[in-house]
Design a protein around this ligand. Structure first.
Ligand code: AMP
Length: 209
């Protein structure tokens, strides 16, 4: 049976980066809800325009859209998936409970101060590869290592929006830790990217024994 893992954490906790590394390691599919939504926005569709308004405002997009997207992505994940950015609310977690079994929930923890500091240096390429000017810089400053495309800041990474998104995380997403109880593995997200990755692998290995 496919083994699914959720990665939770506040904005800039390294969720996407760690999810990508773990997916590679376990041969799972990395499902980034934020990435899927940004792809829809970039397609210029009417639905995308509607989503962009919510996202730029630091709000969640409506559940019917994310629920439909997650089911479609899970169908494409026969080996299992690393879920990054879904679920974000108890309602979304209950929806997921009706469809799949979750093996582990990795909860990355960082302070709000670190989140705000890290957000300023976040850069992405139009195809979704992520960098940080200080902690994960591209080889050629300002350009994607993979695509050579110019890097940009996400339109929702503004100081005003980040405070709203962090508040929403504490209010709506953090309660998932109590929802998943014994499945939760808490990992300090403050150290470097390879250190956090190692801590995640060690913790998962420990669980399997
Ligand atoms: P992220 O890249 O994970 O920071 O997500 C960027 C934005 O996409 C969020 O601020 C929300 O507006 C939207 N989003 C991502 N995941 C979800 C979700 N599970 N439910 C609703 N909205 C979401």
């Amino acid at each position: 049976m496919a083994q699914h893992i959720i990665i939770l954490g506040p904005q800039a906790s390294g969720k996407g980066t760690q999810a990508e590394m773990l997916a590679h390691e376990l041969n799972h599919r990395h499902i980034s809800m934020g990435e899927k939504l940004r792809e829809e926005v970039a397609s210029g569709s009417k639905l995308g325009q509607m989503m962009k308004a919510h996202m730029d405002n630091g709000e969640l997009v409506p559940d019917d859209l994310t629920n439909k997207m997650i089911l479609r992505e899970l169908e494409r994940s026969p080996n299992g998936a690393i879920l990054d950015g879904f679920p974000r609310t108890i309602a979304q977690a209950k929806f997921l409970d009706d469809h799949i079994e979750i093996a582990h929930v990795i909860a990355l923890t960082i302070s709000d101060k670190t989140a705000v500091e890290r957000i300023g240096g976040r850069r992405e390429c139009p195809k979704g590869h992520n960098y940080h000017t200080k902690y994960n810089p591209p080889k050629k400053p300002g350009f994607c290592d993979t695509d050579g495309l110019p890097l940009r800041q996400r339109s929702d990474d503004t100081p005003a929006t980040i405070m709203k998104r962090l508040a929403l995380y504490h209010e709506q997403t953090e309660p998932l830790i109590a929802h998943y109880k014994s499945k939760v593995i808490s990992i300090n997200g403050e150290p470097s990217i390879p250190e956090v990755h190692l801590a995640v692998l060690k913790a998962l290995h420990h669980r399997k024994r």
